[in-house]
Ligand binder design. Structure first.
Ligand SMILES: N[C@@H](CCC[C@H](N)C(=O)O)C(=O)O
Length: 332
């Protein structure tokens, strides 16, 4: 049996989008994990250039929802959400069902998604809801600072760093620190990210996504992320949303809710808007590209056996348009 997947990305955070409805029976969780580990490997060991993860699309039983998205990281672990991935899944389901505004089922919430104006010619863009937000240690799987219930802009001595961190789940767990430029591009993020995701540390035993954020100007930030289950990525949508929330909460003198924030990252840029709802709960809009790079096809048995010799690909041409768009940002 052949498997067809779409290579997609949001801000260079790249995935294989796998629609499970193409199979008579969906793959088991064990099969999905094995597939992700095999095809995502980098440096020529995986399927073409590999990927940061697999976005699994399936039917949803929920009312008023067009489909369900699951996120399998490159190491085979499952994440509760993926902001960059959700935009591409929104495009996939919206195009199939000819709808521009709808909801997608994710692990903890049915999230609103919407097609918005293209970022550039052949650079389609989507806006997706990022929620629910929690600062609670239990939700975060956090055991730091003598079992503190929350950590907002505080040092964490185990990290042996004078940086101040905020811990927030959106709903996947994030640790955010505002830093200067030298720290942003330095080696500390890799050191802390590796240690917190080694499966052995006692403060985040299930791992955590770690981001360093530099404030570039009013409502303009740069976010660099070390992702749980992956490592450094070009961008992490939930991290950029969590960083925007912390930017608004910690920089009230210069910004506020409901303002558009320009977020740059190593793979491009997105826009975010931080909201506070009627019940005081926070939620974010994440607006960015949803690029389909190519369609890939190969025998499923081969993919599960780590053999990619029979893979074929059809390139969409959208990647060139995306790279032109990123170049235009550098010149602006
Ligand atoms: N890149 C994603 C987040 C993917 C999940 C993360 N690695 C985790 O394990 O929580 C995004 O765009 O949000």
């Amino acid at each position: 049996m052949a498997v067809k997947m779409i290579k997609v990305h949001g801000s260079g955070n790249d995935f294989y989008l796998l629609d499970q409805t193409q199979f008579p029976e969906p793959l088991t969780d064990k099969g999905l994990k094995q597939l992700a580990i095999n095809i995502c490997k980098r440096d020529g060991a995986g399927l073409y250039e590999g990927a940061d993860g697999v976005l699994v699309v399936d039917h949803s039983e929920h009312p008023h929802v067009l489909g369900r998205m699951r996120v399998i990281n490159a190491d085979g672990t499952e994440a509760s959400m993926c902001g960059n991935g959700l935009r591409t899944v929104a495009r996939y389901l919206g195009t199939q069902n000819e709808q521009r505004e709808f909801r997608v089922e994710t692990m903890y919430a049915d999230l609103k998604v919407q097609a918005v104006a293209d970022f550039a010619k052949h650079v389609p863009a989507y806006s997706v809801e990022i929620s629910p937000v929690s600062f609670d240690a239990q939700t975060l799987g956090m055991h730091a600072n003598h079992e503190a219930q929350t950590i907002i802009n505080e040092t964490i001595p185990e990290l042996k760093s004078d940086l101040k961190f905020s811990a927030v789940s959106v709903p996947n767990p994030h640790l955010i620190a505002f830093v200067d430029h030298a720290t942003l591009v330095g080696s500390e993020l890799g050191r802390i990210g590796e240690w917190l995701n080694d499966g052995k540390n006692s403060i985040f035993p299930d791992g955590v996504n770690v981001s360093f954020v530099e404030v570039l100007g009013q409502n303009s930030i740069f976010v660099r992320t070390f992702e749980r289950g992956v490592g450094f990525t070009n961008a992490c949508g939930t991290a950029m949303s969590a960083s925007s929330l912390m930017y608004v909460l910690l920089h009230q003198e210069s910004t506020d809710f409901n303002q558009e924030i320009h977020v740059t990252n190593p793979g491009g840029m997105v826009k975010t808007i931080v909201h506070q709802g009627a019940d005081e709960e926070y939620w974010m809009e994440l607006i960015g590209n949803a690029t389909f790079v190519k369609i890939v096809s190969l025998p499923l048995e081969d993919a599960l056996a780590d053999d990619f010799t029979q893979a074929t690909t059809t390139v969409t041409g959208e990647q060139t348009a995306y790279e032109d768009f990123v170049d235009s940002l550098k010149m602006a």
